[in-house]
Design a protein around this ligand. Structure first.
Ligand code: SF4
Length: 328
């Protein structure tokens, strides 16, 4: 099979260009995510994500730590964006997600971001993985348009924390082929406490419904690698702070039990998690087993379950080496 990424079909009719323009206009009064800060990011104002109108690329590299169907043999072409619209007290990427003054130095032009996409393609990566793209969703489309004109022909992965604007996601309809959202909490109170955000459960349900509408519940493969579809990640938090049952119930009953779930056990207390006793430890075997039972209970049989010993393996260090933070 020779897969043609969806965005290439939008090049000829100028749809990609028009979408990029429309998205960029959003930055004048930013509603790129459900925070709805309404600040003018083009003229120097900042909202909760503390980011301007140009993308911040904290790191980019072929990455082998994604689900095997995304990393393949040559790696996912990951681009890690700096800053974030969430403020998780346990964020494993806090060195780049919660360090706005330092990360500002990593701002790049749209042309440079397009070049980075081409570089990753030239390295043989299977896809372009946009990691934490939400707060730059209005600006990344421009770079996809420029890269497509320069010969980019890899599928785009939208790897998000799930707190996305439905209107912005609609602009990515027919551009993104693989949605890879986290579904962090089935309970907005926990999200408020641990990610400092309102209405996470409600807003993420809406966002993932839109992703599902666009790409459905089937995964399409080219060889051993996925080129289109939806994979929902769920990180088990200690003391069931992720409210796993509510997440799985929603997926099974309001989306489809055929959806692929990536159940993650890698939680490791870092950043400011030492401040809250409930989240200041790795997960227990009993918590891991319970989450697996819930997959069974809701008939969610497609996907991957991370081994219990994964906590150490997945801890990145962006301070030591920006070109290989995961020690691939
Ligand atoms: S992207 Fe940033 S500025 Fe825009 S609404 Fe979200 S947090 Fe606010």
């Amino acid at each position: 099979m020779n897969f043609i990424p969806s965005y290439l079909k939008q090049l000829d009719n100028q749809q990609l260009f028009k979408r990029a323009e429309e998205a960029y206009d959003n930055l004048i009064s930013c509603t790129s995510c459900p925070r709805d800060c309404n600040v003018d990011r083009i003229n120097g104002d900042y909202g909760i994500c503390t980011s301007g109108h140009l993308p911040i690329v904290s790191s980019y590299t072929p990455h082998f730590g994604e689900e095997p169907v995304l990393s393949g043999t040559k790696g996912a072409g990951n681009i890690f964006f700096g800053n974030c619209n969430l403020k998780c007290i346990y964020c494993q990427n806090f060195e780049i997600s919660q360090n706005p003054i330092l990360e500002k130095r990593k701002e790049v032009t749209h042309e440079r971001l397009a070049e980075i996409m081409i570089e990753l393609q030239n390295k043989g990566c299977h896809n372009i993985g946009l990691v934490s793209p939400t707060h730059f969703s209005a600006t990344i489309l421009k770079s996809i348009y420029l890269a497509a004109q320069k010969g980019l022909n890899l599928p785009i992965i939208y790897n998000t924390n799930g707190y996305d604007s439905v209107d912005m996601l609609k602009l990515y309809d027919g551009v993104v082929d693989i949605y890879l959202p986290d579904f962090k909490y089935g309970n907005s109170e926990y999200a408020k406490k641990y990610s400092l955000v309102d209405n996470y459960f409600e807003k993420t349900k809406e966002a993932i419904k839109e992703m599902y509408r666009q790409v459905g519940d089937e995964l399409i493969y080219d060889g051993d690698v996925v080129v289109r579809g939806l994979i929902i990640r769920h990180l088990i938090l200690p003391n069931d702070l992720s409210d796993t049952e509510n997440v799985f119930k929603f997926i099974a009953e309001e989306l489809s039990p055929k959806i692929h779930i990536s159940l993650m056990s890698q939680y490791y207390p870092t950043n400011k998690s030492y401040k809250d006793i409930l989240i200041d430890r790795t997960i227990r075997n009993s918590e891991y087993e319970k989450a697996i039972q819930l997959l069974e209970k809701y008939g969610l049989h497609n996907g991957w379950i991370q081994e219990m010993d994964s906590a150490e393996n997945y801890l990145p260090n962006f301070n030591e080496d920006r070109t290989n933070p995961f020690k691939n």
